[in-house]
Design a protein around this ligand. Structure first.
Ligand code: BGC
Length: 436
């Protein structure tokens, strides 16, 4: 059997997000959310990985491994901690950091919004406030001009569907923790507009940059009775945002699992009746969706292998979502901007990478324009409401000393990246791939 060879200009990377790794992101909504007495967060982000100060060492590690891309985010709450007042020193920080990324030989891929908002934006209603999209675009303009010709790849809004579903429908313990269809729909409208305005701001400030939103997508596998609910959810959670990406230069695909959906009674009957009217569906669907989100294992096939997050270990699910994007937006470049697994067994991460990459290679073989693979995450980090015990890192971070440990999976992905190829025996779908 021959190796699975990837295209020569393929982007091979690892990702982080500012709030999850930098530490002390004190002007953000998430920081405040974590401090509340009734917070759903199991940990506070605190010093996180201290990446704000340790980035030179961290960036060097990623480059040494053999990766060629680093995806990280610029924090709006740092750059504009008070409305209209730009913290030049923070912009300079991100310029220095980007210079370090370039200096190490890595391509910077910069996310402009990864879940967090400055507190002053959150207090006005966050993504529900009709003013937020334009305020966000104004901040994007400032960042893109400051980074100038250093950056060619921008991710505008990360997982808008998760932001709306997790925080404004209240399904994932994200801020602002509102509930119900109306706040959900208002946030969706704001995020869609934010996607469009931020892309325009990036292209206006730097026409040659490539800009795109990054989308959380699941490989949904509903039975016949559950299909209407899944279609309703997928529309609000994924499709409206993919439609708003129609003019993006690339589509970021982020897939962690497959989701078999087998609704029991009475949910099935209630939803079948509710489907007859949009008004009823708005009332009936949210509680069912929240219940599903809170117990991801409930939908998993019996005896299925689960990750620390409680959902199925399904590395190949990413191929289904790539194929869906290619159907909805034919010909558009696709980058897998996140794919990864929370586990304490690093051999599982190696297997996840190998099986995922083999599936992605299959989509390239079918002629789909997949341009890169960015693994989540470079480092163990603050997994939002789930805290620090979810370990997604190629590089481990000791919570007491913050000492970094490069895991075998990091060397493994680095070696694949350097060679641009994967040995096929590593990627057998029966899970027999060995740790390297
Ligand atoms: C997010 C990351 C998160 C990861 C793992 C994605 O939803 O973009 O911030 O840590 O998934 O759950």
């Amino acid at each position: 059997m021959t190796d699975l060879v990837f295209p020569p200009s393929f982007l091979w990377g690892a990702a982080t997000a500012a709030h999850q790794v930098e530490g002390d992101n004190a002007s953000s909504d998430w920081w405040e959310w974590e401090q509340r007495p009734d917070t759903p967060c199991v940990d506070r982000s605190g010093v996180a990985c201290d990446h704000y100060r340790r980035y030179p060492e961290d960036v060097a590690t990623l480059a040494t491994l053999g990766l060629n891309t680093y995806r990280y985010s610029v924090e709006w709450a740092r750059v504009e901690p008070v409305e209209g007042s730009i913290a030049r020193v923070e912009l300079e920080h991100y310029v220095r950091m980007t210079d370090a990324v370039l200096g190490a030989g890595l391509t910077p891929m910069v996310t402009l919004n990864h879940f967090t908002l400055p507190n002053w934006v959150a207090r006005r209603g966050g993504w529900m406030d009709p003013a937020t999209p334009a305020l966000f675009a104004r901040y994007c303009d400032v960042v893109v001009r400051a980074l100038g010709d250093r950056v060619d790849w921008y991710c505008t809004i990360n997982e808008p569907g998760v932001v709306a579903f997790g925080g404004y429908l209240g399904a994932l313990g994200f801020p602002p923790g509102t509930h119900g269809a109306s706040s959900w729909e208002r946030a969706i409208a704001g995020l869609v507009k934010g996607q469009r305005l931020s892309r325009a701001a990036v292209k206006n400030a730097r026409p040659s940059a490539r800009a795109g939103a990054t989308h959380s997508m699941q490989a949904w596998e509903p039975d016949a009775g559950s299909r209407p609910l899944v279609e309703y959810l997928r529309r609000l959670n994924e499709d409206v945002f993919l439609e708003a990406s129609e003019a993006d230069d690339f589509i970021g695909v982020q897939t962690y699992t497959r989701v078999p959906v087998h609704l029991g009674e009475p949910a099935r009957t209630i939803l079948r009746l509710a489907l007859r009217s949009r008004r009823l569906m708005r009332l009936a669907a949210p509680p069912v969706l929240i219940r599903q989100a809170k117990d991801p294992a409930a939908g998993a096939a019996k005896g299925a292998r689960l990750t620390q997050m409680g959902y199925e270990f399904a590395p190949e699910a990413v191929a289904a979502t790539i194929r869906r994007v290619a159907e909805l937006l034919p010909g558009r470049d696709i980058i897998v901007t996140e794919h990864g697994v929370a586990t304490d067994d690093d051999a599982e991460r190696v297997e996840f990478i190998d099986r995922g990459l083999a599936a992605i290679h299959g989509t390239i073989g079918d002629g789909l324009p997949v341009r890169g693979y960015v693994h989540w995450s470079a480092f163990d980090n603050f997994e939002w409401a789930r805290g620090y015990s979810m370990r997604f890192g190629l590089v481990g971070v000791d919570r007491t000393t913050l000492e970094r440990t490069v895991r075998p999976s990091a060397r493994h992905l680095g070696a694949i990246a350097r060679a641009g190829r994967l040995a096929p025996w590593r990627a057998q779908a029966d899970g027999s791939a060995a740790a390297g």
